[in-house]
Design a protein. Sequence first.
Length: 127
Amino acid sequence: MRFPFLSDAWFTQVDALIAAAGDLQLPPAIKAAKINVTIASPAGDTQVFLQEGVFVRGHQPAATAITLSADLARKIFVDADAAAGIAAFLAGEIKVEGDLAQLIAMQTVEPSAAQLRLTQQIAAITA
């Protein structure tokens, strides 16, 4: 079954996938990143916190915050399209506040095989 991106049902399913995934064997740059993400959509903003390579709902104390559209968030975080993220940043479509070095460090490493599997599982349940 597929669930609308960022819906409550989607978050519930993603939380279950994350719990089942176990150790994601994250590279240190991804593991260390703590980023508040505001995803803007016509239905309203969604706040998530990227910690240890996965999202949790809401914002937490963090040195870095980004704001981007729901379409762009889906490309980057669900479709794993890193190139879309870089292009959007260069085009000014991603607003960054704080420690830009965290974002750059995340772009310089490859995700682990376990993290890639989780991303594929999330993509499979996302409508």
